[in-house]
Ligand binder design. Structure first.
Ligand SMILES: [Zn+2]
Length: 452
């Protein structure tokens, strides 16, 4: 492995910035100092991610992690706004998804920075603190909430998705003070709940009044800039069969088998929607961006009885521009037709329950000054043009773009196995993302020198 001395690194940095400086307004010396400040804070960046990953923040259990974030924000003299989700109030707003629970101590945290002499454009740096379930823990090499580092990667549930992203923007913010500067526009650092099931955490921030001239969400999208994201609908399909002893199976209908036939036919709808001719341009090169997922199935009561009931929890993807009500209509029609066309299913009764995501897709304006500036900042650090990524998953970016009058995209580190087993994030990539965000703050928000 090459040993890079500090002088050699400085040289490399300056030539890197030199090549791209013409595209940015920020003084190359400031860019250099910000990059160096983050390089110097590498250990605290890693420590921050380790601390965050070691706090289990599964849905409904986010308060310990949020306490930690609150402390972090306080220690940086940010004003703190901590608030829960008022569902009765929030459901009046577009973008609301039916809640799947009501938890105490389930709050968003916003750290508010207001400069003494504002002169630049405001910015939201947003990340979600909630993580998805770990799956069967026996499949993990190390326990998911006991983070470990191996081969330049930090492992643990939520490492990539997206505690590293939150740490990256906190350290990017820190780098200004380290070099005697402060950003010259309002910056809101948000740590939100419920991104993984409804997006109501980000929506609650918006309804509380948090808007800005741009928002960056460092979701683990491999250093690409998100150009679009699909819509997502969650659906519980409850299927009732006709009970019978297994010896009279011909006279009954097994709810589990019936539900499975319905699911197979729904998947043909998914194939239709993926058809190249039905796609928005942003997704023209993606491989099957529309996914239907059968995430949970439960049913049946006795090994020798036909199952009377089966419930499937489904996740349905769909393209931007399509309304959730139309998706619901298509799903209901598909189920009705399957039952009509298959006489053996005629005794099935189906109940559709909607809870969780009812989230439309969205497109990001790649011609906006925001995305162009972010692209240039990416190039200033990586020496390469950014790739754009049309996401087959949803993120809180939709809330800003569709309802918040705040142009938003996702731009975050390289990660592996998000939502899977042995999730991990590349430490070098997190450092890079933090540096790009710092340069973006300098370019977008501008900065003032701190008086000594
Ligand atoms: Zn995420």
């Amino acid at each position: 492995m090459e040993t890079i001395t500090r002088a050699r690194m400085e040289e490399k940095l300056m030539s890197q910035i030199g090549r791209s400086k013409s595209n940015l307004n920020v003084d190359p010396k400031v860019i250099h100092d910000l990059i160096q400040a983050i390089e110097d804070q590498k250990d605290s960046l890693v420590k921050l991610i380790l601390d965050l990953v070691s706090i289990n923040s599964l849905l409904g259990n986010e308060d310990h992690a949020q306490n930690f974030i609150e402390e972090q924000f306080r220690s940086r003299s940010l004003a703190i706004d901590r608030f829960g989700i008022n569902h009765d109030e929030l459901k009046k707003y577009p973008g609301y998804s039916p809640s799947i629970g009501d938890w105490e101590n389930h709050e968003n945290i916003v750290g508010i920075f207001k400069p003494e002499k504002p002169k630049g454009r405001s910015l939201i740096l947003n990340g979600h603190i909630d993580v998805v379930p770990v799956g069967d823990e026996r499949l993990w090499t190390n326990p998911p909430f006991e983070p470990t580092i191996k081969d330049g990667h930090l492992y643990g549930r939520g490492s990539g998705d997206m505690k590293a992203g939150i740490a990256a923007f906190i350290v990017a913010f820190d780098s200004f003070k380290k070099i005697g500067l402060e950003p010259a526009a309002d910056i809101f650092l948000q740590s939100v709940v419920e991104e993984e099931c409804t997006g109501n955490g980000a929506l609650a921030c918006l309804q509380r009044g948090y808007k800005a001239q741009a928002a960056i969400i460092p979701e683990p999208f491999n250093e690409t800039i998100m150009s679009a994201q699909v819509g997502v609908l969650w659906l519980n399909m409850e299927v009732f069969g006709k009970p019978s002893h297994v010896l009279n199976a011909n006279h009954g209908t097994n709810a589990i088998e019936g539900a499975f036939v319905l699911w197979q036919h729904l998947k043909s709808l998914c194939e239709d929607w993926n058809n190249k001719k039905n796609r928005p341009a942003a997704f023209s090169n993606s491989e099957d961006p529309i996914k239907f997922n059968l995430g949970i199935i439960e049913g049946g009561e006795w090994a020798s009885s036909l199952a009377t009931r089966c419930q499937m929890n489904l996740r349905i993807g769909f393209f931007p521009g399509i309304h959730t009500e139309d998706v619901i209509k298509s799903i209901e029609k598909n189920i009705t037709q399957t039952i009509q066309n298959n006489p053996e299913l005629s005794d099935l009764k189906v109940n559709l329950l909607y809870g969780g995501f009812q989230s439309q897709g969205c497109l990001v304006d790649l011609e906006s000054d925001f995305v162009k500036t972010l692209s240039k900042c990416h190039t200033s650090i990586t020496n390469a043009e950014p790739d754009f990524f049309a996401s087959a998953a949803t993120t809180d970016a939709r809330t800003f773009n569709l309802y918040g009058d705040t142009p938003a995209t996702c731009y975050g580190p390289k990660a592996r196995n998000i939502h899977g087993i042995d999730e991990c994030v590349s430490i070098n990539s997190v450092i890079k993302i933090s540096q790009v965000i710092a340069v973006f703050i300098a370019e977008w928000c501008l900065f003032n020198r701190l008086s000594k």
